[in-house]
Write a protein that binds this ligand. Structure first.
Ligand code: GLU
Length: 309
């Protein structure tokens, strides 16, 4: 089967150096094995997505020397904001299987449309699943709109990760039932990403390690919906000197600032060195790295950003 990877950025801010490292690794992973890569814009949450950032993300990836074979912007519909009908269909399928219930808890709601990053994993056990019809009716009458949760099995899902080895989670005991649609109608990240990876024929997901814990949920959702899950392969995280994960808010490490301070080969050389692909932070093009790429060389530890970057 041909290898098909993807870039799947959310246009909520400018890409930062950590996003560039995982994008470079996703690209090298696919290109070193003759595969193709698509660009899917993850503008699921209208409140946190801006088209200016989408354009800049595409430009920043191209600037580094990364290219892609299909998807946005060539295919304008390869963006989550335009795929509601597909999510609706998957949602209906899960509901017909008796796996969906209304949840009126508000705590875990806000971030359900975006990918969970450390510290944002949401506690999910609640008593909405066991409410009586009368109680549900009462909540609806009061005008409260419910989010929708999917019922997960009390079973271990094993994900063979290409870089971190096998990652297992018993869904019921680990993450518990999780939100697949927010109360404002926006479909949640976990549902959208699973539907999209299956529908777009993605065979390989390379992304930062903070999403490793989402992989069992996604694999299970895809298989429950009758699809084939991709291979997952997670990349080490770049963290700041204090061990903090970088965020798109980190001004001096985002691409606006990095493009002022580096050439594409200069930044590529720094990224390759930081993750272990090369011995020195010497300028190198993304293309030149293809022939030398191997996950064996890539660190499994989080990478602390040195202060000279
Ligand atoms: N769109 C997500 C993010 O930018 C990544 C989703 C994924 O790779 O599964 O955090």
């Amino acid at each position: 089967m041909p290898i098909r990877g993807r870039f799947a950025p959310s246009p909520s801010g400018r890409l930062h150096i950590g996003n560039m490292l995982s994008s470079l690794l996703a690209w090298l992973d696919v290109r070193s094995r003759g595969g193709e890569i698509i660009f899917r814009l993850e503008d699921l949450d209208p409140e946190r997505s801006w088209d200016e950032y989408a354009q800049l993300m595409a430009e920043d990836l191209r600037w580094l020397g990364l290219d892609w074979d299909g998807g946005w912007p060539m295919e304008a519909d390869c963006r989550q904001g335009r795929r509601t009908a597909e999510y609706e269909a998957a949602f209906g399928q899960l509901r017909d299987m008796g796996l969906v219930y209304d949840c009126w808890c508000s705590r875990s709601e806000r971030l359900a449309a975006s990918a969970p990053h450390p510290g944002e994993e949401r506690p999910s056990s609640c008593r909405c699943r066991s409410l009586s019809e009368g109680e549900r009716g009462e909540l609806r009458r009061r005008g409260r709109r419910a989010a929708a949760k999917v019922i997960v099995p009390d079973r271990e899902i094993a994900v063979p990760d290409g870089h971190y080895g096998e990652y297992r989670e018993n869904l019921a005991r680990g993450c518990g039932d999780f939100i697949i649609r927010r109360s404002d109608g926006v479909f949640a990240y976990q549902l959208a990403v699973s539907v999209d990876d299956a529908a777009m024929g993605v065979t390989r997901v390379v992304r930062a390690r903070d999403l490793l814990s989402s992989a069992p949920r996604q694999k299970w959702l895809i298989e429950t919906l009758g699809g084939t899950a991709p291979d997952y392969c997670h990349a080490p995280l770049l963290v700041s000197g204090e061990g903090r994960k970088l965020s798109k808010r980190e001004g001096d490490l985002n691409m606006e600032s990095l493009r002022r301070r580096y050439t594409p080969e200069g930044l590529c050389g720094v990224l390759a060195y930081l993750c272990g692909l090369t011995d020195r932070p010497e300028s190198v093009s993304a293309r030149e790295l293809v022939g030398h790429f191997s996950w064996e060389k890539v660190s499994r530890e989080d990478i602390t950003l040195p202060d000279w970057v």
